[in-house]
Design a protein around this ligand. Sequence first.
Ligand SMILES: Nc1nc2c(ncn2[C@@H]2O[C@H](COP(=O)(O)OP(=O)(O)OP(=O)(O)O)[C@@H](O)[C@H]2O)c(=O)[nH]1
Ligand SMILES: [Mg+2]
Length: 311
Amino acid sequence: MGLFNRKNGFFDKLKSGLEKTKKLLLTDVDDLILGAKVIDQKLYDDIEEALIMADVGPTFAHELIERMQEQVKRKQLTQPELLKKVLRESMEEILVSGGIPPVSAPAGSSLVIMVIGVNGTGKTTTIGKLARAYKDEGKEVLLVAADTFRAAAIEQLEVWANRTGSPLVKQQAGADPSAVVFDAMKAASSGKQPIVIIDTAGRLHTKVNLMEELKKMKRIMGRELPGAPHETYLVLDATTGQNAVSQARLFHDEIGISGIILTKLDGTAKGGVVIHIARELKIPIRYIGVGEGLDDLRPFDAAEFVEALFD
Ligand SMILES: Nc1nc2c(ncn2[C@@H]2O[C@H](COP(=O)(O)OP(=O)(O)OP(=O)(O)O)[C@@H](O)[C@H]2O)c(=O)[nH]1
Ligand SMILES: [Mg+2]
C-alpha cells in the first residue's frame, strides 16, 4: 500500500472543495453545448475561450479543443450534447499522460525534501501532514526547522514534531538557515533517517536576497549529501490563481523545483490553476490540500481530479 491510502471521505471533500471551480469551469461550457444546434468551429472557439477564462491556461485549452476535434471526427459525432463526454475524456487523457513518477530515496540514503514558497501558502502545515502520512507508513521523518526568520516559526514546526512523534533539528531564532541545514545533513548522512523534510521561511519571491539564501541552502545540502535535496517542493496557495502560476515559474527558474503542492483547493473557484500549472509549466503536481486537518492532504491523481470535477 502506498503513501496515503484512499481514505474514506477524501473524495467527497475534494468534490465539494472543487464545487466553485467546477461552476466557473463548466457552467459556460455547459450553456454553450446545450445552446448549440451543430458542432462547428464557432462552438469550438467559444468553448476554448470559456476554458481560458477559467484559468486553465491557453496551451491546455488549445490542446483540449484539438483533441476534442479529433475524437468527434473519429467517432463521427454530430450532436453537440455528446461534446461534454468528449471534453471529460480528452481532459483526463491529457492530464494523465502528463504524469511524471515521483522520486524515490536512493539506496541506503535518506530522501531529502526541501519545502519552499512565499509566506502563508501552507508549507509548515503541509510538512506536518506529510510527516503524519509517512509515519502511518512506518517511516520516521526528521523535521528541520530552517525557517529561522519568522517569529515563532520554529515553535510551530515543533508542535507538528510533537504531534507526529518526529525528531526535530533546530537552532535558535535568527540563526543562519544554512547552518541548520548543515546539521540536518549530518544527521541524514548517517542513513538512519529514511525521510528528511526541511521547512524554510516564507518569502516574497521578489526579494533577491531571500532567493539567494534558498540557493545557498540547496548548495550546502548537495555538498554535504550528494544528490540532496532529492525533491524540492514548491507550496502554492490555489486561491491566488494566476499569481500561483507566476510564482511557480519564478521559483522554477531561480531555484529549480521538482514538484508542486497546491493547498487550499477547498472553497476556491481558482482550481483551474491545477491544470494550468501541470500542463503549461510541465512541473508535476505532487499533492493537493483541501483543508486544515491532518488528513486533508493527498497525492494528486489526475483521474480523480477530473472525476471530482465532472461528477
Ligand atoms: N483551507 C485550507 N487551509 C490550509 C490548507 N493548508 C494550509 N492551510 C492554512 O494556511 C495557513 C498558513 O499555513 P502555514 O503552514 O503556517 O503556512 P506557511 O507557508 O508555513 O507560512 P509561513 O511560514 O508564514 O511562510 C494556516 O492557517 C493553515 O491551516 C488547506 O489545504 N486548506
Ligand atoms: Mg511556515
